[in-house]
Design a protein around this ligand. Sequence first.
Ligand code: ADP
Length: 422
Amino acid sequence: MSEPLRHPDHGSLVRELVDGTRGFHQLPDGIAEGEAAAIRREALGRLSGSHLPDIGHYSFDAETAAQRNVENLVGVAQVPLGIVGPVAVHGEQVDGDVYVPLATTEGALIASTNRGCAALSRSGGARVFVEDVGMTRAPVFQTSGIDETRRFVAWVADHEREIREAAEATSRYLRLTEVKPFVFPTTVFLRFRFDSGDAMGMNMATIACDRVVTDLIEPGTGVRCTALSGNYCVDKKPAAVNFQEGRGKRLFAEAILGEEILERVLKTTAESLAEVQYRKNLLGSIAAGSRGFNAHFANVLAAFFIATGQDLAHVVDGSMGVTFIEPRPERSVYFSVFLPAVPLGAVGGGTGLATQSEALSILGVRADRERPGRAVKRLAEILAATVLAGEMSLMAAFTSRDLASAHERLGRGGPLPEPGSS
Ligand code: ADP
């Protein structure tokens, strides 16, 4: 735990926070962030009548966290971290065994995913493929009508080179790869797409869009930008445009499991897996109008995101996708997953926090300034394999009707559980 020197005004500042004469964000400048957190925590404890020793028990650097990750710092929310693997992953940036840290409060998720990893590794591993589709941001503009809308879109097309230069001047890691308009009569969305190196890129994209909108597009067209994010980006909402065109990283992973692995490790058969796949992941998702044609991508994504310092809200868009199960000769099965829009970063966001950066180190993910994009691709390849492992195990659990009994065992600390939801 960070334990800075107690500020001379500690007691009076706590009292001011408690009686409301000062807000949590109004502590005087110059107080070390660890001490500021202690003052807020003490006031919060008094205001809520709570004892908060664990919230104050953290090991990340308070100054950095307060600068980059959080305001009104009071401490930490701990989430247990488990490990799965080794899982054999065969991709462009990783070709071999990996151990994957997952942070979760859902008992059974780790055990189940680990079973999937075992099935994968004993079947030759997961073959993975990651496309760096690019981070998107779509400002929205208000025009007077169809004529101005058409002039506006033409102006943007005519000035693409200047727009690109201005956008890319905001970061040496940023490349503008596309500007795609979507128009209504009095409204234009410009969906900017960026390659952002090893960063997830949302902040970088937003800063670049702000620059080109303010310096070029508004003055050049006389058309006003209503919002820098026009919801056609689409960030942190499930959406068809992300599914079809991709956003962030597009992940693929596949494996063929033989009859023996299916029976011994997953306690299932190709035929019953295909039946559950058809009726649950496909028909069930159609009936529900869902874009998650999968069993539980979100479970693995959330645990992976917490462990590695990703933006957790991206589980919403990241967990869209499809699981594929196709029977193959000799009672084997082809199993694959497709995740079209997973925002991921190996630098920036929460990746620099103490435990998150250790988790990235376990995965062998280290950003290299000279080769931006490789580290995040490795991260994405490992995620794809882990999602595949999670899908395999849970789908197998459905075929053996193991899910409910696993829930029961779980709550009571029994052996070999299966994951909870989905
Ligand atoms: P994001 O844009 O992903 O939301 P940040 O706001 O933290 O996240 O921005 C990422 C920062 O990381 C940028 O300032 C960028 O210059 C820096 N950076 C350092 N190394 C790299 C790299 N290898 N690839 C991309 N960005 C990098």
